[in-house]
Ligand binder design. Structure first.
Ligand code: SAH
Length: 220
């Protein structure tokens, strides 16, 4: 039998999933996975009560867990197939990585802040979700495991990082926000061949900045 608390949570979660559907998310696989993941576990600092609102929430160090709609939209656009190798830049809470892993992808994720890396790694382990985590600058990728079928950048970049394109397989796709430090155009990139890639704009979004060698410079 479900406890009162868990039945309230599953009701809130169902509501969120309905909202995502109304906003245009059609991938039932993605929706089912988001309906099975305890987002409240990835949200700390007293914000657990808001875990099933469709909004970004603080996770410390001035970073945020992305809005559920953004996670659903980016994941849907990547069209992940089971067994694909996916690199995520910006682990943050670990929630997006968990969604990708549940889709059957082999997920590698990089986070620049040690504290967030550590926290995400622990939560993923507690939920028995297998993801390869690492602390470092994700703008230069994770070369040892390249090429990737897909790359997802969950922080706003000034431009497409060349190192990341180079670590995509030919035909591979990457989704990333490109713009200034306030608003960005979510862009879907496909690597065509050794030298070329194409990009499509998917609309405006807001992300925290991607800080690193091929991103924004750290503010002193
Ligand atoms: N995908 C995350 C969203 C986190 S917000 C989630 O599901 O919760 C973006 C994250 O990108 C932040 O945690 C930030 O610290 C991280 N980040 C910014 N620049 C980075 C870089 N160069 N390499 C790795 N992580 C970076």
């Amino acid at each position: 039998m479900q406890s009162v608390k868990s039945s309230i949570i599953s009701e809130e979660r169902n509501k969120l999933i309905d909202q995502l559907r109304l906003r245009g998310i059609t991938d039932e696989n993605v929706l089912a996975i988001m309906n099975s993941l305890p987002r409240e576990r990835f949200v700390g600092g007293g914000f657990e009560k808001k875990a099933y609102e469709d909004s970004a929430l603080p996770i410390g160090l001035q970073q945020t867990i992305s809005q559920p709609y953004t996670v659903a939209f980016m994941t849907q656009m990547l069209q992940i197939q089971p067994g694909e190798k996916v690199l995520e830049i910006g682990t943050g809470s670990g929630y997006q990585a968990a969604v990708l892993a549940k889709l059957g992808a082999k997920v590698y994720t990089i986070e620049r802040h040690f504290e967030l890396y550590k926290q995400a790694r622990q939560i993923l382990a507690e939920l028995s979700i297998q993801v390869f985590t690492r602390q470092g600058d994700g703008t230069i990728g994770w070369k040892d495991n390249a090429p990737y079928d897909a790359i997802i950048v969950t922080a706003g970049a000034p431009d497409v990082p060349n190192s990341l394109v180079a670590q995509l397989r030919i035909g591979g796709r990457m989704i990333l926000p490109i713009g200034d430090e306030k608003t960005q155009m979510l862009t879907l990139v496909r690597r065509i061949d050794q030298e070329h890639y194409e990009g499509h704009n998917l609309g405006e979004f807001r992300f925290v900045p991607l800080v690193g060698k091929e991103g924004w410079q750290e503010k002193k």
